[in-house]
Design a protein around this ligand. Structure first.
Ligand code: MN
Ligand code: MN
Length: 303
């Protein structure tokens, strides 16, 4: 994007740091139930709200997982190709990332990257079962690199990166929604506008994603539908970046990924100054730098 304004750059950076903060915060309670979280954090009022590491992956404080790791791999690949997005480059980048012995990796990601290694084909077979959240959690770099592309071109780019591992219509709907909503927030649109132009059309096109008037979605699984219900309930019904992230990760389940997706959207919505200083201080400094730098460079690409 030629000559992005400082506000656009700051919101892009906030989205990327929001992704990493949500991942780092949520990973501590991944696969726990809300009851287990309340019990475990009883001395903190029953709520998990600090970036402390731990969790089932035994993370260091501020360490992130595959959500941020795959996004950074994707962003590096887009930058290496001057902002162009191709299936082959995405697949290669994810394969290299898998060889780096990441701290965690989803089953669908692993299976379809192993298939890519054998066949060289960068598109997973169409599958109604591959409706996990693994393509949506890493989609942010596409939003930043395609800010001035047409909506059709943006949707194509979303599917190219997603289909390397997740070739599924529900995953596609979520990935395209996340990217287009991120771009609207980064351009300064309000939640009210995005509710009307992006969230309502998503639920109309894919009624499985309905979340309003439904019971609070707890223990969201890695299924993209449950992930998005938790993300959208927190984003729409809870005000403020920190409250929104605390709300979503305390639902438990796939908390690092609901945290990552909520973090990128809420970061873009509330902006750089809304990110809690103590969380930024706790984040792995190398991850902080890479997210911050990549966000600004991706917005500046013009393929
Ligand atoms: Mn993860
Ligand atoms: Mn996860």
């Amino acid at each position: 994007m030629a000559r992005a304004s400082e506000d656009v750059l700051a919101r892009a950076e906030a989205a990327y740091l929001g992704l990493a903060l949500g991942d780092a915060l949520g990973a501590t309670v991944e696969f726990m139930t809300p009851r287990e979280i309340a019990h475990h954090f009883a001395r903190a009022g029953g709520v998990h709200r600090e970036i402390t590491g731990g969790g089932w992956l035994h993370l260091k404080p501020g360490q992130v997982t595959d959500d941020t790791g795959m996004a950074l791999a994707l962003g590096d690949a887009i930058l290496a190709h001057q902002g162009a997005i191709s299936r082959q480059a995405c697949a290669h980048a994810f394969d290299v990332w898998m060889r780096s012995k990441p701290v965690d990796i989803g089953n669908t990601v692993r299976r379809n990257l192993m298939l890519f290694r054998r066949t060289g084909i960068p598109v997973a077979p169409l599958s109604e079962h591959d409706a996990g959240n693994g393509a949506a959690m890493r989609v942010l770099p596409v939003a930043l690199a395609t800010l001035d592309w047409s909506e059709d071109e943006v949707r194509d780019a979303c599917r190219m990166q997603a289909h390397v591992t997740h070739n599924n219509p529900l995953s596609d709907a979520a990935c395209e929604f996340i990217v287009l909503a991120l771009q609207d927030f980064i351009r300064g649109n309000s939640l009210r506008e995005i509710y009307r132009h992006r969230i309502q059309p998503l639920v109309e096109a894919q009624p499985a994603f309905a979340f309003r008037g439904k019971p609070r979605r707890e223990n969201p699984s890695g299924w993209i539908v449950e992930t998005m219900q938790a993300v959208l309930q927190s984003l729409v019904e809870v005000g403020g970046f920190e409250n929104c992230l605390v709300d979503v990760v305390n639902r438990g389940g796939d908390a690092d990924t609901t945290g990552a997706i909520t973090g990128m959207l809420a970061g873009a919505m509330y902006g750089r100054s809304a990110l809690p200083a103590r969380w930024l201080k706790a984040l792995d400094p190398d991850v902080y730098l890479r997210c911050s730098e990549q966000a600004r460079r991706l917005v500046a690409t013009t393929p």
